[in-house]
Design a protein around this ligand. Structure first.
Ligand code: F6P
Length: 342
């Protein structure tokens, strides 16, 4: 029997189970056996697998996280891992592997493909920073969580006449901050793509006060930087892909704003709430479409490709192009947001 493998790598993300379910249902319908590789690339190194049957993907569509588990293992980092991964790929008897992940996971998928392995990808990340697709699944859910939080912060900010700083995720791209800021009617949105001028931020807030608005909502992306160029880090340690751990910019902004304006300021860090829990209907549908497309690429033996959303169509794009650069925010959208600053 033909066999296809599936793995999920990197940060977990709402909609992963929708992709797994879709790919498994389609694969079984087409006469394949499906091997779930546990905990991302780590499972390929350790030969840690589970069989994926119709039964194992039943009832998982609304479930957050991933039934396969995940990790940030980079098989190109530790001596010997790559060799084991390649051996296990063969030992498992996989005709092809579907890798569901963001730039790091799909970066490995692309390298393996170049080394002669049959790999395809599906684009995952709440950050929406993957190139060659209009949207990644998971983003819509994170966006809705952040928007709801901003809505809730509005009422308490207004009651207490406070400045509320909301720190959202997104790594080096400002998609979550920008879109949740627009949707939630934020008064200032700070993103990695536009260095922060703290004087400007304070002036906008003061101007609002002079027109009778005694509260303000500031949305800041975790990767935003002050004009001077320093990023605020939670720790200096790098992960297996060389990424720093971001976080803390919200606190810094709040301290500065309170010091410079004299207005009472509070911080909310949304953190992992943005990543957990049930996916929105949009992400379930998108995840389902990506899962089907990924399996279709396997059936067509169109390897080295990733399922992608372009307009309203699901198409295939080369993994190489998808991981070649980050997709940062659309500045046209930022300019729309700016009209509402203050
Ligand atoms: O890429 C998704 C993401 O949630 C980022 O927004 C965030 O910077 C990072 O992952 C956090 O990673 P970890 O799960 O390793 O703390």
């Amino acid at each position: 029997m033909k066999k296809v493998g599936i793995l999920t790598g990197g940060g977990d993300c709402p909609g992963l189970n929708a992709v797994i379910r879709a790919a498994v249902r389609y694969a079984i319908q087409e006469g394949y056996e499906v091997t779930g590789i546990k905990n991302g690339w780590k499972g390929l190194v350790e030969n840690d697998t589970m069989e994926l049957s119709l039964q194992s993907v039943s009832d998982i569509l609304p479930k957050g996280g991933t039934i396969l588990g995940t990790s940030r293992t980079n098989i190109y980092k530790k001596e010997g891992d790559l060799k084991k991964a390649k051996e296990n790929f063969k030992k498992m008897g996989l005709e092809a592997l579907i890798a569901i992940g963001g730039e790091d996971t799909l970066g490995i998928a692309h390298k393996l493909y170049k080394e002669g392995f049959n790999v395809v990808g599906a684009p995952k990340t709440i950050d929406n920073d993957l190139n060659c697709t209009d949207v990644t699944f998971g983003f819509d859910t994170a966006l809705n969580v952040a928007t709801e939080a901003i809505d809730r912060l509005h009422t308490t900010a207004e009651s207490h006449h406070r400045i509320m700083v909301v720190e959202v995720m997104g790594r080096h791209a400002g998609w979550i901050a920008l879109e949740s800021g627009i949707a939630g009617g934020a008064d200032i949105i700070l993103i990695p793509e536009v260095p922060i001028d703290i004087e400007d931020v304070c002036n906008i807030i003061k101007k609002r006060h002079t027109r009778g608005k005694t509260f303000s909502i500031v949305v800041v992306a975790e990767g935003a930087q002050f004009k001077e160029g320093t990023m605020v880090l939670q720790e200096e340690k790098l992960d297996a892909f060389g990424h720093v751990r971001l976080g803390g910019i919200g606190q810094r902004i709040a301290e500065e704003v309170e010091k410079r304006t004299g207005y009472e300021t509070r911080v909310t860090v949304l953190g992992y709430v943005q990543r957990g829990g049930t996916p929105t209907a949009f992400d379930r549908v998108l995840g389902t479409r990506f899962g089907i497309k990924a399996m279709e690429l396997v059936l067509k033996k169109d390897f080295g490709k990733m399922a992608s959303l372009q307009g309203n169509k699901i198409v295939a794009v080369p993994l190489e192009a998808a991981v070649s650069e980050l997709k940062t925010v659309d500045m046209e959208l930022y300019n729309i947001a700016k009209i509402f600053f203050g």
